[in-house]
Design a protein around this ligand. Sequence first.
Ligand code: ADP
Ligand code: MG
Length: 695
Amino acid sequence: MDGITKLPALFGSMVFNEETMKEHLSAASYNAWKKCITDGTSLDISTANEIAEAMKQWAVEKGVTHFTHWFQPMTGVTAEKHDSFITPAGGGKIIMEFSGKELVRGEPDASSFPSGGLRATFEARGYTAWDPTVFAFIKEGSLCIPTVFCSYSGHALDKKTPLLRSMDEMSRQAIRILRLFGDTQTRRVTAQVGPEQEYFLVDKELYNRRKDLRMCGRTLFGARPPRGQELEDHYFGAIRPRVSAYMKDLDETLWTLGVLSKTKHNEVAPSQHEMAPIFTDANTACDHNQLAMEMMKKVADRHGLVCLLHEKPFAGVNGSGKHDNWSLGTDTGKNLFKPGSTPSQNARFLLFLAAFIKGVDEYQDFLRATVAFAGNDHRLGAQEAPPAVLSIFLGDELNGVVESIIHGTAYQEAGKRTLEIGVDVLPAIPQDNTDRNRTSPMAFTGNKFEFRMLGSSQSISGPNIAMNTIMAEELKQFADELEGSSDFQADLQKLIRRVFTQHQRIIFNGNGYDEAWLREAERRGLANLASTADALPAYTAEKNVKLFVDHGIYTREEINARAEIHIENYVTVISIEANTMIDMIRHDILPAVSGFGEELCRRAERKATAGVSNRYETDTAREVGRLTDELLAACEDLETAMGRRPGGSREAMVYCHDVVLPIMARARAAADRLEALTDARCWPFPTYADLLFSV
Ligand code: ADP
Ligand code: MG
């Protein structure tokens, strides 16, 4: 591709975007769509018919034969069901048709998607409804219509519905605050999100020989390779040709789909990489991150590679996360988390900052729960990702401002004076481009917050729903308090000072990997929910349920159902891992090491007969025999434990964490020591060195 001339034409070429709509729609229909986006008005059926017809014509010209509603059920991946455009036209012929009705509504069977009990209580049928706020696109010969997915009784069964609800609610409350500052122009405040996505690439042929990678997405066994990430030469290192070809193909694929893929580089671990797009509104960012994850896997396949999105494919080297960069933007082009250059802008900034600090402190347990699942348990708190304790990093400058407001002391930059909110200009707060505190779970980076606890495989929807809703709640409280004020400046100043003082405990600017921080966090009363089993109960803590119900984001049934789905998912993932482990031990490892032990004995005997020293054979055979017994015992214990798994989902979750995982760790330890002793020709699958340095 000749990038300079072709990229702008290539970008979005498979997207029915605003430009394309302008070209293909009548002015009346285009305006109706536009009004629907900006004012939330609904589209009448004749407009829907015209849009559907235009979409079909555009798609058919590109060789498209099918359409599908494209949605995000609670599986964490997207779902699609393709229908062709064909309609019989008599005489054995067909014509291509796509109606407004087919565009706006679909009726997929909901009974095979996770519903967390909603299905039993309500109805099996579900429906999908067009989300006109994001663009339709063409993927693999099908016109994809992004939709929400609900039950017939209107309960959300997907990740998009509550995200849209939370975006609307946050906007409503933020506008109330903006009006207090005399802003009469802004009509919409939108969460802006840029998710950085980490991933591993391994050779497909090697991958296919690892049952654990195929079944679980991560290795369950693997002795430490002679070299891991110690040389620290991979991060930002030169990209090898095979990876480079993959990244180029991925970029081009994403660009045609309108995904703003911007940054690519090598990550810390060998064969680990990152892709970051330019930020967009949260809804688009979420759709695009789902698309990016799907394409990362598909493009890898074309290159004889497999893309691993699991949080911890390999023990002993860094795992993969996803950084959710989040800010609030107005439709008038302002970023509400940008410290401004006028006194009024700064008062506004400090108020939004106060809302954020208060919200993260009050709902730290829920935020933690939004990133709680089996894969992420390997990362959080493991000194390669943030600890499981939520805290906010502000940086020295902003922290200085907060301190001076709390204590009423002079801010150093401001000279002798104390900082008067709404009167003084804040000192310049530099943008943190250098990522100087990688250990913080929630870092202020100049004009946005970076939520760093997300796992690489997860949908970004859940954490963003939480941040939007928490923000809505705090802004609502502030608006309720300030709207009745007779002295806005004075009351604003008081409120900000009070909130900073009451919630200062959530601010931490030090090293999050430090043992001392965990003790300090405990002293401050911050929640340390170390594992998924510890964190998921927070999902349905009464204050959290109340938050989401009060703001109309979830009904009580919906949030309970979601908690249930997350719990069931944890139990299922651990069970699959345990069963895969048993399978590999019984079918691969035990036969291999038993054969190796026997061969050593035969060799030892022959050597003894010949009067040759056989210390290697006898010592190794003895150790292999001992470890084989250990492995067998662990395997038997695991089989027994799996047989006794309790039925209730919450009990099963705790049981998996407390009983199953420790036995799995024992089995792995024995197997990894066996691998280190065994003749490479006898070991039944590719090693860490093979996998990590294969590409
Ligand atoms: P780093 O690795 O240094 O954190 P990256 O460039 O990899 O930075 O990623 C930063 C991400 O933050 C990008 O997706 C970028 O588009 C996004 N971003 C930048 N500004 C904002 C903003 N105001 N709101 C939300 N996201 C933003
Ligand atoms: Mg980055």
